[in-house]
Design a protein around this ligand. Structure first.
Ligand code: DX5
Ligand code: ZN
Length: 217
């Protein structure tokens, strides 16, 4: 499968969000990565439903919504209504993950599970056949523009092996510190989806950077 590129809106210009959304629409990007932070699960607060609804209104590509919030079960319906196509919850934030995944599917969304840098991929063994995507955090969640954690490569390899053993298909998404410098190595290790915030929006020409990231093979 050709890898997917998901620019992270967290690094966009919030005062000119519509033009950044249009740029992504025109670009070769595949998804919009939308980071929701509650100030409890992570030490930062990003944005909520009105902003996601506004993004959805202009976006011509699927919204890949990454919830960095505690107790996400309370809001699944609202994220669906706001326009999420893929809804990713954190393993560390869900006591009854199996139930949460089922609820996301019942609402008609794809379900993802994100794991923090300290969480081994092995904890996903019994949920992997139920989920559509694993988001391996390659930074500690909460902020854009952080340094990529090198240990991520071996987590990708382990997860690929585990998925093969279980004979299940899952998309592997890498989130944090991803850019031109490591994209090829990540794809070679087995990544399917690359999230890029700072690498795209901090580039001289964001659209060209997306083309570059998409072209890598
Ligand atoms: C971090 C977020 C990321 C972030 C990535 O908590 O989940 O999606 O926007 O930003 P960069 O690509 O700048 O590390
Ligand atoms: Zn994210």
């Amino acid at each position: 499968m050709k890898h997917l590129i998901a620019p992270s809106i967290l690094s966009a210009d919030f005062a000119n969000l519509q033009s950044d959304i249009e740029m992504i629409n025109q670009s070769e990007a595949d998804w919009f990565h939308v980071d929701v932070m509650d100030g409890v699960f992570v030490p930062n607060i990003s944005f909520g439903f009105p902003v996601i609804t506004a993004i959805k209104h202009h976006a011509k590509k699927p919204l890949d919504v990454h919830l960095m919030i505690v107790d996400p079960d309370r809001y699944l319906q609202q994220f669906k209504d706001a326009g999420a196509a893929i809804l990713t919850v954190h393993y560390e934030a869900c006591t009854h993950l199996h139930r949460t995944i089922a609820a996301i599917h019942e609402l008609g969304m794809k379900a993802g599970v994100a794991i923090n840098p300290h969480t081994p991929v092995s904890v996903l063994e019994d949920i992997l056949p139920q989920i559509d995507l694993v988001c391996i955090m390659s930074v500690n969640p909460g902020f854009g523009g952080q340094k990529f954690i090198e240990n991520t490569y071996q987590k990708i390899t382990k997860l690929r092996t585990l998925a093969k053993q279980l004979n299940t298909e899952v998309l592997i998404e890498i989130d944090g510190g991803v850019g031109h410098q490591n994209a090829l190595a990540l794809i070679k290790a087995g990544a399917d989806v690359l999230v890029a915030g700072n690498a795209v929006f901090g580039a001289q020409n964001p659209m060209e950077m997306i083309t570059e990231l998409k072209k890598i093979r």
